[in-house]
Design a protein around this ligand. Sequence first.
Ligand SMILES: C[S@@+](CC[C@H](N)C(=O)[O-])C[C@H]1O[C@@H](n2cnc3c(N)ncnc32)[C@H](O)[C@@H]1O
Length: 342
Amino acid sequence: MPSPVGSQPQSPASAGSNPADAEDITVDPNLSDETDSAAGDEVAESTASLTDSIFDYRKIHGRKFQSSRTTEYWAPIDEQQVQGLDITHHFMTILFDDQLYLAPIGDHPQRVLDVGTGTGIWAIDFADQFPSAEVIGLDISPIQPEWVPPNLQFQIDDAQLPWTFPRNHFDFIHIRNLHGGISDWPALYRECFRASRPGGYIEDVEFNIRTLSDLVEPDHIYHQWNALFAEAGERMGRTFQIYDQMHRHIADAGYTEVTAKTWKVPIGGWAADQKLKTVGMYTLYYLDQSLEGFALYMLKNIMGWEYEEIQVLVAKMRQGLKQWKKWQPYYEIRLVYGRKPE
Ligand SMILES: C[S@@+](CC[C@H](N)C(=O)[O-])C[C@H]1O[C@@H](n2cnc3c(N)ncnc32)[C@H](O)[C@@H]1O
């Protein structure tokens, strides 16, 4: 269970208000790159028992999959991809030292909204932690389980449509990994602001989806992949780059005391720190499962690539990630929270 509200995690990175202020990852001194080619098997073996236990629990809930009628979301919602959301929740919770959020929302949040709730895994855990809170999980796709805590309900709707929630209503609005789902982020944050109660908080946690490495040449597959997705996101009209802008947009919407924290997160088990090593292995497993799903819609529908070309690119990227011992790839996670003035 998450630890008490308000206690701050032992951040693996610095927690300054400068959003770019993330601590570098210390490399495991015992790392050898001899087994790079077998890294994929290693991923599967070393995370199998852990992921089994997550899925054993989550699989008791039935799941439905279908597309939204009002908007096209870029990531598939088939079983493989949706399991990736639960893996992500798991490793992000490890990264945040078992806390579901960092905003200082106090011990008695009453009305809580999770925008783009996905499988609802965050909202379920939050509702369990605060049985007296009323929690709403909002998503365009009905991929949530049917058996959930009694204080949680899901609503299927596009968060980009005008909201019908009352003004000054929510104690806490939570968003996580909604990049690629929103065409007008300032408008979304303004809706959040209107629906937040005075003194209430917003928190948004987004990945920088770029795969970074301090060791690769500029023409490396990581850079090719990053450039393609950045371009595809802009062409789609729903950017992946909200990571860099959310601090400013949340402040512009009217929230104050806006605070940002950034983590550098390894891909693969190359960090010296045991927690980062675990998070890195989960991330690698998640990416290995999800790369093709990410690429299919973006490269075919948005960029007009042929299926075979996509397969070649995905294979190259997958291979590049398997060489994590050699290239020490990482990405960044940023969390921003702010408070509506009294
Ligand atoms: C990457 S998932 C993250 C799910 C969840 N927040 C989590 O962290 O586990 C993004 C979710 O946002 C939903 N989504 C995307 N665009 C949306 C929109 N315009 N309105 C509501 N939900 C949206 C998708 O259907 C998907 O379930």
